[in-house]
Design a protein around this ligand. Structure first.
Ligand SMILES: [Zn+2]
Length: 173
């Protein structure tokens, strides 16, 4: 129901009043309009309840704590990406080398530090053996076999550096 309003010619209906409530709460109404709403809700319990709800909502929104993303936010997002997906992405981004130059082209046992050390020791023993009169073919084969893993790994590394270096030079030009 509308209150008796002496000062305003056309008091707002309930619908008009409710349509103005958001602006009223925000303080965005003109003074006469604001006064009309004020007078209306004083006498209309339905619109007063609506106004109270608006004010509660605004107050609740304003009381929400302001949240900043934690410092490790980016890292956590990256960590949440499944590894397979990440590997595909890294493959697309990272420098790629020919398959033969990738370390994985050699069997894991050959790449293991133990094999490489054993090979170097065999080669060193063969060098020493040669000095104490081992036949040159035997010493030579042992040296070749012993140094093969190390040699292949280093050859690959040199190849990778060459390929990547050439690629960068090509990009720079
Ligand atoms: Zn009303």
């Amino acid at each position: 129901m509308n209150g008796q309003n002496r000062s305003q010619a056309t008091p707002p209906t309930c619908a008009e009043c409710r349509a103005r409530l958001p602006m009223y709460v925000d303080g965005g109404l003109s003074k006469p309009d604001s006064l009309q709403v004020f007078l209306h809700v004083r006498e209309c319990s339905a619109c007063a309840r609506d106004l109270a709800r608006h004010e509660q909502l605004i107050a609740a929104l304003q009381s929400l704590p302001r949240r900043e993303p934690p410092p490790e936010f980016d890292a956590r997002i990256l960590a949440s990406i499944p590894y397979d997906t990440y590997r595909v992405m890294a493959g697309l981004r990272g420098p790629r080398v020919p398959v033969l130059l990738a370390e994985s082209a050699l069997p894991a046992w050959m790449r293991s530090p133990k094999t490489r050390l054993a090979g170097v020791l065999v080669a060193a023993a063969a060098v020493a053996g040669r000095a104490v009169g081992w036949p040159p073919e035997v010493a030579g084969v042992l040296i070749a076999i012993g140094l093969l893993p190390e040699f292949l790994l280093r050859l690959q590394a040199v190849g990778r550096r060459l390929v990547l270096g050439l690629r960068q030079a090509g990009r720079g030009a």
